[in-house]
Design a binder for this molecule. Structure first.
Ligand SMILES: O=C(O)C[C@H](O)C(=O)O
Ligand code: SF4
Length: 514
């Protein structure tokens, strides 16, 4: 087993940087469905460009490593203790090489361990089997989509759908609702794994297990196959679309599994995974620990490049989008001219700030003057170059709604004019944008390579005690593009899409599976 650690390192790097072929096929199919020139098509274009860049740079597709989760099947007599040690070393090494973001945080103190090791991280689960090889699967499921997992206890009353009973039709309603409630916040278009039955723990376990199925397999259980097909067809009628911008594709895959329950409980558990569906697997030779075969990689290469050229040509013909360039410091007058739908290109300075920074800024001064400045909700992957300077390795947006309690007040307190993130924000922020003269820009979630390339120079960093993802990075950017989805005139694309998708959800109220 001397090669096992090296094999695990390869598996981690591939999973983080190279999206599997079954996922690529699903994204390519979505691209074909979207009309050229729409926001959904443009977003998918950025997504596919990002996938290609991650391949070329061997860098993380998305900056969020998630909670690395290994599922391993071993023949009898394989030493699991040694394997666990080797996996942990490989995780720490991949983190040191900026292939993973340091993501393991002490839940009480907030201290980041720096190497992705800590209590409960990574997750490593073993099972014995009678085959003669080791099967290792890894999933890197980010926090934004993890936060959109949902568990239903039947019977339940669901918005838009009414009563969901303890039967197949009730399950159908839960699944449709799970897609609706995620909106764009889990970086749609997403994949869902559904677990029917079990208890609260085993139900979620099963839901996550479903994410290890191949995106294009067919469920051998007839009832579940019908359910999966129904959900795929109808969830895509909700109009939530890529990043919640509206559009034809909301869901890229739905896999449902079932286990027994106990009489009193009836859970339907849904694990939501973003488009950056990073999960791979390998077969390992138990004698030497070498990789024998890669999983999920059957089939032809998907040529996103060619599709991109076609989309770009169509866009040039149709584009009616207003393009605006901004450079901080930004004035209130400039902000008031912006409207939902405008595409903004940013040059110059921006400052990252996410959960820890927002909490900190409520009762402290800012480490730099933020008047007229831009805050980017982002926790990047950073590395030092040969001269000891920080370079950005991956830097897509994080889910903004977590900053809802703070955002409006902080914008007013420091004079911040623009906030960039993803998934949109709520009523409190929308009101503050109107009162103060501010704008919310939605960047494409998961497009971590695409945005890292815009980041020309790291000018400095403050509050490093919060750890790399949570520190305040001061970054000079060029050509950073995002869409206005909330403006200073009370308009919010997120509010609109939520309302229209709720209306569409209610079309699915009537029983289907009797
Ligand atoms: O933690 C992050 O960088 C992003 C997170 O996965 C999110 O989707 O909000
Ligand atoms: S930022 Fe989006 S793509 Fe990245 S892990 Fe979070 S939900 Fe997934």
């Amino acid at each position: 087993m001397e090669k096992f650690q090296e094999s695990m390192y390869k598996l981690i790097v591939e999973t983080s940087t190279n999206l599997p072929k079954d996922v690529r096929r699903a994204i390519a199919a979505a691209k074909i469905r979207e009309n050229a020139g729409t926001r959904a098509a443009m977003s998918l274009d950025t997504i596919t460009k990002n996938i290609k860049m991650a391949d070329d740079n061997v860098s993380p597709i998305c900056q969020d490593t998630g909670l690395p989760t290994f599922k391993i099947k071993v023949p009898v007599n394989v030493n699991q203790i040694e394997m666990k040690k080797a996996i942990k070393k490989a995780v720490a090494e991949a983190t040191g090489d900026a292939k993973l973001r340091p993501n393991s945080v002490d839940s009480i103190t907030g201290d980041n361990s720096g190497d992705n090791l800590g209590e409960g991280t990574p997750v490593i689960k073993f099972e014995q089997w009678e085959e003669d090889y080791i099967d290792v699967r890894l999933i890197l499921k980010g926090g934004g989509c993890e936060n959109k997992n949902i568990q239903y206890s039947l019977p339940a009353e669901l918005e838009g759908l009414g009563r969901a009973g303890r039967d197949l039709d009730g399950i159908r309603k839960c699944i449709m609702h799970s897609v609706y409630q995620a909106q764009g916040q889990g970086c749609s278009a997403g994949f869902i794994g559904v677990g029917i039955g079990g208890d609260r723990t085993s139900g979620y376990e099963l839901a996550k297990e479903m994410l290890f199925r191949s995106a294009d397999d067919v469920n051998p259980n007839e009832n579940l196959r019908k359910l999966e097909e129904y959900v795929m067809e109808n969830a895509n009628k909700l109009g939530i679309g890529t990043m919640g911008f509206g559009g034809e594709t909301t869901l890229l895959g739905c896999k449902v599994g079932v286990i027994n329950r106990i009489p009193a409980s009836f859970f339907v558990s849904v694990a939501y995974n973003c488009w950056a569906y990073r999960r791979l697997g390998v077969k390992i030779d138990p004698a030497c620990g070498e990789i024998q075969e890669w999983l999920y990689q059957e089939g032809e290469e998907v040529d996103f490049e060619k599709m991109k050229e076609e989309a770009a040509a169509a866009l040039e013909e149709k584009s009616e989008v207003r393009q605006v360039t901004l450079e901080a410091p930004i004035t209130e007058e400039q902000i008031r001219q912006l409207r939902v739908g405008d595409v903004v290109t940013i040059n110059g300075m921006m400052h990252t700030g996410r959960d820890a920074i927002h909490k900190y800024l409520t009762d402290h001064d800012a480490p730099v003057d933020l008047n007229g400045q831009i805050i980017y909700h982002c926790g990047p992957v950073m590395a030092k170059d040969g001269e000891g300077n920080w370079v950005v390795k991956a830097a897509g947006p994080t889910t903004s709604i977590r900053e809802e309690p703070y955002q409006g007040d902080i914008m007013k307190k420091f004079g911040i004019r623009a906030v960039i993130g993803k998934g949109g924000m709520g009523k409190k922020t929308l009101q503050a944008l109107g009162e103060h003269g501010g704008v919310y820009l939605n960047a494409i979630g998961g497009a971590a390579q695409y945005y890292a390339e815009c980041m020309q120079k790291v000018e400095g960093v403050d509050l490093m005690e919060f750890g790399i993802p949570e520190a305040m990075w001061h970054i000079n950017v060029k050509g950073f593009t995002a869409v206005v989805t909330m403006d200073s005139h009370g308009n919010s694309l997120h509010q609109d899409v939520e309302a229209s998708s709720l209306e569409r959800l209610s079309q699915f109220k009537e029983p289907v599976f009797k």
